[in-house]
Unconditional design. Structure first.
Length: 287
């Protein structure tokens, strides 16, 4: 699996710094460890998987330890995107006990959250059962943590949709309601968006075949087929063939994704990949 370099995003290390600062407070204090653990006392710990999962955030967890104490020794036994089972060693760390304890929870918060998203994504990819259909994430992410969560989707075999409001035009129902209230038609909205931002992909949301037929005249790059049953999706895919790509969206679950993936759509977007993924069970144990 070819994964992007999560640290190519300039905000990743800053988010980690902020997470540590949130935990340590303005005095940079771990009151419990400073009270009970002598300065300079050495320790070893292992980050262990406690359930079957798809890893994401191993390098992020390692960076948390490094930011706390550059003298810590880290050995990564697993890589992002790897499947692990209970008892598998993910990361070994040795050095001062205080430093390990300070980093522990923040490192776990990142890797548990990211691994949970990667594992959920893999379940959707596997259940879809169609490698020709992209399983897309959405913008339903935790504020300020989008880079981490979208990276985790890729670790699980999913594909990133637009990153934010800036990198694709996605004309949704509220945009269309505003546009048509001013007298515009649906095709006109696509044409105006392309005139303003010719370098961006143009996607438009429709929820009826009549709306689809209207927007196809403007040849958008993608159409988002919202909350349509499989029979209607089949019909829409036929209408779009040779004109634009198709994305199914709206309340899609593990129990419905396989039938939707059979309809011929190019992609299925699932907000649950990020907004409803449970954290994975990993633990840091001293040895």
């Amino acid at each position: 699996m070819n994964l992007p370099d999560i640290f190519s995003s300039s905000d990743v290390k800053q988010r980690i710094r902020e997470a540590l600062a949130e935990d340590l407070g303005p005095e940079k204090l771990d009151a419990t460890s400073f009270a009970l653990v002598p300065s300079g006392e050495m320790a070893q710990a292992r980050l262990i998987a406690r359930e079957k999962s798809i890893l994401s955030g191993v390098t992020v967890a390692a960076e948390v330890f490094r930011q706390v104490d550059r003298s810590l020794t880290l050995v990564q036994n697993q890589t992002d995107g790897a499947e692990v089972k209970p008892g598998d060693l993910v990361l070994a760390v040795s050095g001062t006990a205080r430093s390990i304890l300070i980093a522990e929870r923040t490192a776990l918060n990142f890797i548990q959250r990211m691994t949970g998203i990667a594992t959920t994504t893999r379940r959707y990819v596997d259940e879809a059962g169609n490698p020709d259909v992209l399983i897309l994430d959405t913008r339903k992410t935790t504020p300020t943590l989008r880079t981490f969560e979208k990276y985790a989707v890729v670790c699980g075999g999913g594909t990133n949709h637009r990153y934010g409001l800036f990198d694709r035009v996605l004309i949704k129902d509220n945009h269309l309601a505003h546009w048509t209230r001013k007298g515009g038609d649906l095709a006109g909205a696509v044409l105006e968006a392309r005139r303003k931002y010719p370098e961006l992909l143009i996607e438009v949301e429709v929820d009826t075949i009549e709306q689809l037929q209207e927007v196809l005249a403007a040849k958008p790059d993608w159409v988002l087929l919202d909350n349509m049953p499989p029979v209607k999706l089949h019909e829409c895919v036929k209408l779009c063939r040779g004109i634009c790509k198709t994305e199914a969206s709206g309340g899609i679950t593990l129990s419905t994704i396989r039938e939707i993936a059979k309809t011929g759509v190019n992609a299925v977007s699932v907000g649950a990949l990020t907004h409803s993924a449970p954290s994975a069970d990993l633990a840091l144990d001293f040895i």
